[in-house]
Design a protein around this ligand. Structure first.
Ligand code: DC
Length: 267
């Protein structure tokens, strides 16, 4: 079976990004909403790392690797809430583009995100997301966002705000959360981690079939090489290769892995 490999040890760098302390809790207002500001030097406290009120299944991987389809289906099968964190980075990118913020200007992006007010919560079993009171999610699949999102995702202030939002969501429901740093930085303590990849041709074909113009290889390079929480396979993640496997085949493997790790799978 060429498409399933055991987790491979990876560079210890991914664990440096996972270690965390000193969150300063700035506001906590709405129901289902928690906002933290995390300093660039600091990260999560150990007490926070150990506190997981609900199980979280972390799914990371390359662009167009089939993460979303797999994650959505896994969430459905388990009765968990599916959270696509890429949509949050895309949402911030949309907002900055609307404001005509120069995306290469880290100070300008940092100022905008600090002033905008980001909110996320779970509503009807889905992620709801607002930036400056606006819902960006209907706009986030545009080609101009594919082109720019990895640039915005490099900015530490953007990551701090969104990671804190993502961590807050786990207080309210069991989650299947997909992204690039979920198993390494957002929920490094979860025992349930997958890393999904597929070969470059298959991924390009997928985007074409979806009718999207996407710069997937360029995004992968930026996502893998950024200084803060780069895309990498956590040492304890289970790797899945979706190049030639159907989502149902991957699901059977994943459920077997989760069961072996002690997760209760509903009948
Ligand atoms: O999953 P996606 O392709 O929609 O994500 C869009 C971009 O957002 C991706 O190229 C990098 C960024 N991203 C990130 O840096 N961290 C995440 N947890 C999710 C996405």
């Amino acid at each position: 079976m060429p498409w399933v490999n055991p987790a491979e040890p990876t560079s210890p760098l991914c664990f440096q990004t996972a270690v965390a302390p000193q969150i300063s809790r700035k506001t906590s207002t709405k129901k289902y909403r928690t906002t933290f500001l995390v300093s660039n030097r600091a990260s999560l406290s150990f007490s926070w790392l150990l506190m997981m009120p609900h199980p979280v299944i972390a799914i990371d991987g390359t662009a167009a690797s089939g993460k979303s389809t797999f994650s959505r289906k896994l969430a459905q099968r388990l009765g968990y809430v599916y959270v696509n964190t890429g949509a949050m980075y895309r949402g911030v990118t949309w907002y900055l583009q609307e404001k005509q913020t120069p995306l290469k200007d880290i100070d300008a992006v940092t100022r905008e995100i600090a002033n905008a007010g980001v909110e996320s919560w779970l509503e009807n079993g889905e992620l709801a997301f607002r930036i400056a009171g606006l819902d960006p999610l209907p706009h986030v699949r545009e080609a101009r966002i594919n082109e720019a999102v990895s640039l915005v995702a490099q900015v530490p202030a953007v990551r701090s705000v969104l990671v804190a939002e993502q961590q807050g969501l786990a207080a309210h429901a069991p989650l299947v959360m997909e992204g690039r740093d979920i198993g390494t930085a957002v929920f490094p303590q979860t025992p349930y981690k997958f890393y999904i990849d597929a070969n470059a041709e298959v991924r390009a074909q997928r985007r074409q079939l979806q009718g999207e113009t996407d710069v997937i290889q360029k995004r992968d390079v930026l996502d893998q090489q950024r200084a803060v929480s780069p895309l990498t396979c956590a040492a304890d993640a289970f790797r899945l290769d979706s190049s030639y496997a159907s989502v149902d085949e991957l699901l059977v493997i994943a459920l077997g892995h989760l069961r072996a790790r002690g997760l209760t799978i509903p009948a």
